[in-house]
Design a protein around this ligand. Structure first.
Ligand SMILES: O=C(O)[C@H](O)[C@@H](O)[C@H](O)[C@H](O)COP(=O)(O)O
Length: 239
């Protein structure tokens, strides 16, 4: 495969491979290695993953990795405010595709708690996330073609607050008009502090979006994923 001609900022690693399987396998190896490294010095670790369609092969590759999964806390970077049996649920996605086999023993911290309205459920979400030790250890993000990541959507009225690095809120309730459901997202200060961040992309459309992202990195409100383009990020992509 001809490596895409893309000028990424200094210190950003890439894994651009011809097949989605190969990318998923490399991402799973990298994530498992990082978690094992951290588990050798810490009592527990956190793994934050994203929803959507891209992560499926990655989840299937990671769940078989031999790790002390009982010491791994799995959290979603964001969630749609839907019941767990709703096909749109990221909790359903993670339970079905990641928390299986060896990974079934991991601790899952949900963002979706009972209740029809996310704003009213804030206290319950706060107490669920209070168990999450910061900084995060490993974060795997996706990206939409509008430049959103997690549920940091450019059209969400709550974006500024969710991306305020000085705020001490761990999450935000997002109501982007472009989306069907209310969303919960981990906030930028929580996400940006991760020890290792991977951006997992698939498709020519995402490569085109990536070139728009890097063309104007300072303008993160227009494409919030830009806030993660700093040294240490690793971008994984296949056609
Ligand atoms: O809940 C979500 O939808 C995700 O967390 C979201 O941020 C996702 O990573 C992107 O929308 C990319 O989604 P695809 O992988 O389906 O392109």
């Amino acid at each position: 495969m001809k490596t895409p001609d893309l000028k990424l900022p200094e210190g950003i690693e890439t894994c651009f491979l011809a097949s989605a399987d190969a990318v998923a396998a490399e991402l799973a190896r990298d994530v498992a290695d990082r978690l094992r490294q951290r588990l050798s010095v810490a009592p527990g670790v956190s793994l934050v993953v994203s929803g959507g369609s891209t992560p499926l092969l990655f989840f299937q590759a990671l769940r078989g990795e031999s790790l002390d999964w009982a010491r791994v806390s799995v959290v979603l970077a964001d969630e749609r405010w839907v019941a767990e049996d709703d096909p749109a649920s990221n909790t359903l996605l993670v339970k079905k595709h990641l928390l299986q086999e060896a990974a079934a023993g991991a601790r899952f911290i949900p963002l979706k708690v009972t209740g029809n309205d996310a704003a009213q459920a804030r206290p319950a979400i706060e107490s669920a996330l209070a168990e999450l030790n910061l900084p995060l250890d490993v974060l795997v993000l996706g990206m939409g073609n509008d430049g959103h990541t997690a549920s940091l959507f450019p059209d969400a009225p709550e974006l500024q607050e969710a991306m305020n690095v000085h705020a001490d809120q761990r999450f935000a309730v997002m109501t982007p008009p472009s989306q069907t459901h209310q969303r919960i997202t981990l906030s930028l200060p929580v996400l940006a502090g991760a020890g290792f961040t991977a951006l997992h992309l698939k498709g020519q459309d995402k490569l085109e979006t990536l070139s728009r992202v890097v063309a104007d990195l300072q303008n993160w409100p227009a494409m919030p994923v830009r806030a993660f383009f700093k040294p240490g990020l690793k971008v994984y992509w296949s056609p």
